[in-house]
Design a protein around this ligand. Structure first.
Ligand code: HEM
Length: 429
């Protein structure tokens, strides 16, 4: 339908732009109020003829009476204009999409899908990569300042790591397949053509990129639609396991005020099992991941959910309550719901990709000693003291921190820290 809309609109692109002149009063009694040939000619001259002129008017006299009557005086352009406005036809089908021959809003959606979304998604991802590269160059790897101890303590159990990796691997597959669907024509097709030309300089097939991408896109779509369920299960698992540890506390405010110690080796603000930065990541993953899942499910089952009309209604009410009426459209056709879902799904997906790139950096090469938390499940005691001192203090109180061989004091380290961190007291929540 949107393709028809594009063809329809582009076929009229030779018409000069309308000037902002006042509408002229015209006698349209001969057409029963429908537009006249004179209206069409004046519109073509660029005069201001309202687009909704004669809406609901079906012509005059007997020829247009009754559902099977002729369209009487309607011209082709009038007919197509009404088709665009969803007024030209009737159908006995129960499918709410069946009566839509041309969907005008599809033109704007198509432009957003083909131009705006790929453009700003590229900017956002590149901006994060540049920011992280600068951070890496200026700050360098965040090291364990007191050096490695020989003591390992358990940070995440098997089921916690299972939940994390289920979420992480499914997300990475969804991100790769999702981006390849978004950028296929811009990057993947030319990329495949380039590889093909390098490997077969003597027999270049001009359709190679498009043909190969067709298979790639088909497989990618299948993976994307099915791996999504693993992502949702992972999301529920980490929510259930970690929600209580991610409730914000006063300690988090102080952690944030000190920039989390991210910009200086000398600063290690107090933190419990999850610091404020991790809590922010957790809630972003839960909220954005939840919204991504909801919009994804509505795309998987076209026409089943009307989430945007309901959301816009609530936003309108909230806007009015605080004196800022938003005037969002609340009567959306099923196809418009799908278009909003698609745009929203892409925006949220790309936002998550940008956030997760930063997380992957800090959870792997960016911070010494961090990866093993999700690898073996154990971390070095000195790493834990530097980044999650209040958590370690609690474990020590419960006697869960192994003592080094021969040590009488449970807090004795096996390696001398360069700068011994102070033993923290656990503040009341
Ligand atoms: C694929 C590469 C990834 C690596 C190497 C990685 C690494 C890690 C590590 C080491 C931790 C534990 C940090 C600690 O001990 O304090 C962690 C935690 C976490 N990860 Fe990942 N992760 C990856 C992907 C993801 C993805 C794709 C998501 C979500 C979509 C995610 C969500 C989380 C969350 C919510 C936590 C708990 C909060 C936090 O520690 O920041 N991770 N990850």
């Amino acid at each position: 339908m949107s393709v028809a809309a594009v063809l329809f609109l582009s076929s009229g692109s030779s018409v000069p732009a309308q000037e902002n002149t006042a509408p002229v009063t015209v006698d349209r009694s001969a057409t029963g109020g429908a537009q006249t040939l004179d209206d069409i000619l004046r519109r073509q001259r660029g005069e201001n003829i309202p687009a909704d002129l004669g809406n609901g008017v079906t012509g005059t006299g007997a020829p247009s009476d009754g559902p099977l009557g002729s369209q009487g005086v309607l011209s082709d352009s009038e007919l197509w204009r009404r088709a665009r406005q969803g007024q030209a036809f009737t159908t006995s089908s129960q499918d709410p999409n069946a009566g839509i021959l041309v969907q005008d809003e599809g033109t704007q959606w198509l432009a957003t899908r083909q131009t705006t979304l790929p453009k700003y998604s590229t900017y956002a991802i590149l901006a994060m990569v540049i920011l992280l590269t600068l951070f890496m160059l200026i700050r360098g790897r965040i090291r364990i300042m007191s050096g490695w101890s020989s003591i390992k303590i358990e940070r995440f159990t098997f089921i916690e790591r299972f939940g994390h990796w289920l979420l992480a691997t499914s997300f990475v597959i969804l991100a790769i397949t999702g981006l390849s669907l978004l950028f296929g024509r811009e990057y993947v097709v030319p990329g495949l053509d380039w590889i093909h030309a390098k490997m077969n300089p003597d027999a270049i097939d001009p359709n190679y990129g498009r043909d190969a991408y067709a298979w790639f896109a088909l497989a990618g779509k299948w993976l994307h639609d099915n791996i999504a369920w693993a992502f949702m299960i992972g999301l529920v698992l980490i929510f259930v396991m970690w929600v209580f540890r991610n409730i914000p506390t006063w300690t988090d405010v102080k952690w944030l005020a000190k920039g989390g110690g991210m910009f200086s080796n000398a600063s290690h603000p107090h933190a419990r099992k999850f610091n404020a930065g991790q809590k922010i990541l957790f809630w972003l993953v839960i909220l954005l991941g939840g919204s991504l899942s909801a919009s994804g499910i509505s795309l998987l089952q076209p026409g089943e959910y009307a989430m945007f009309a309901a959301t816009f209604e609530k936003l309108n009410m909230a806007g009015e309550a605080i004196g800022y009426p938003l005037g969002l459209e609340t009567s959306l056709s099923p196809i418009e719901e799908m278009q909003y879902s698609q745009v929203w799904h892409t925006i949220i997906g790309v936002a998550m990709i940008v956030i997760v790139i930063a997380h992957i950096y800090i959870g792997s090469v960016g911070m010494q000693g961090a990866f093993s938390a999700m690898g073996s499940g154990k971390v070095d005691l000195n790493w834990a003291r530097e980044h999650h001192d209040l958590w370690v203090a609690k474990l020590e109180k419960k006697g869960k921190v192994p003592r080094p061989a021969g040590a009488s004091n449970p807090n004795t380290r096996t390696t001398m820290p360069l700068r011994a961190p102070k033993k923290p007291t656990v503040p009341a929540e």
